[in-house]
Design a protein around this ligand. Structure first.
Ligand code: ADP
Ligand code: MG
Length: 268
């Protein structure tokens, strides 16, 4: 362990190494609907992996397998070499999932939203919890918002509160589901920067599900593109940009063909 503050976890007393995620031959069906087909992927400890793919391609379903909220139809998911569906894994590995909508409790202040998890799990005394909560708020530049209620905050601020709440869990693995959806380009860039900073400074393994091409190409160590239940590509951003695979290029650079009769109403 180093004493250099730039490489310490936000909660130095609880420092633990980042963890890897191994997805091995994962398939998932819901009845007749086949969502994931034999996916194999290793996310390395300390990596930022961004999973892209069209709507409905199974990105959120894949995340839910990592946190143990879904059971594989076939194959398995290992987090830190432990089965994700084993309840003991969630006790031994600290994972945080930042949901698309943020999922804040509207009846609780920002402070109480952040304090809820450590209070319920008796992770620290009230003084200790206050310290963790204030540190997380500070990291996200939200110190002044502790007593606000979610309804009083902008969309971008709510996302930051949701990230701060995840940080309070002192995660070894941070996952984000569409963290920049519904945000303007500047706020999206800010959130992307925050995700990258948290990973760089605290070495937390990071998996981001996102439609946001700029986010993916700017912060990912590697990007995976999920299509038709399979990973159509897994590559670092520079390699993806250079890909000659038309499916990848169409996905990264979608073009609206105004000659297509579907868009007739858009013609000027
Ligand atoms: N619990 C469920 N039961 C049945 N179908 C589901 C369930 N969860 C997701 N699906 C279906 O699986 C597909 C992938 O969903 P999802 O992972 O949410 O897509 P996205 O890539 O947009 O996140 C969709 O067709 C969705 O309707
Ligand atoms: Mg989704």
């Amino acid at each position: 362990m180093t004493s250099d503050s730039s490489t310490r976890s936000p909660f130095s007393e609880a420092q633990t190494p980042a963890v890897s995620v191994n997805i091995e031959g994962l398939s998932k069906n819901f009845g007749d609907l086949v969502v994931l087909r034999d996916i194999t992927l290793k996310v390395e400890s300390g990596e930022i992996f961004v999973l892209m793919g069209p709507s409905g391609s199974g990105k959120s379903v894949l995340l839910k397998h990592i946190v143990g909220l879904e059971q594989p139809t076939a194959g398995r998911v290992l987090v830190d070499n432990r089965d994700a569906t084993d309840p003991a894994t969630r006790e031994q590995v600290r994972m945080a999932l930042v949901f698309q909508a943020g999922a804040l409790f509207n009846s609780l202040s920002v402070y109480d939203n952040l304090a809820l998890y450590p209070r319920e799990n008796r992770l620290a005394s009230e003084d200790g919890i206050q310290e963790k909560v204030m540190r997380a708020l500070q990291i996200l530049s939200l110190e002044g918002k502790a007593q606000k209620f979610p309804s009083e905050l902008s969309g971008g601020m709510k996302k930051r509160v949701a990230i701060a709440r995840a940080l309070v869990m002192e995660p070894q693995l941070m996952m984000y589901d569409e963290p920049t959806s519904e945000l303007d380009p500047i706020m999206s860039a800010t959130i992307s920067e925050i995700i990258a900073t948290l990973k760089d400074e605290y070495h937390v393994t990071t998996i981001v599900v996102s439609h946001d091409r700029d986010l993916a190409l700017n912060i990912a160590d590697r990007v995976g593109i999920l299509m038709g239940g399979k990973l159509a590509a897994i590559a670092p951003p520079a390699e993806l940009r250079a890909s000659t695979d038309p499916r990848i290029q169409d996905f990264l650079n979608p073009r609206i063909d105004l000659k297509n009769p579907r868009f007739k109403h858009l013609e000027t």
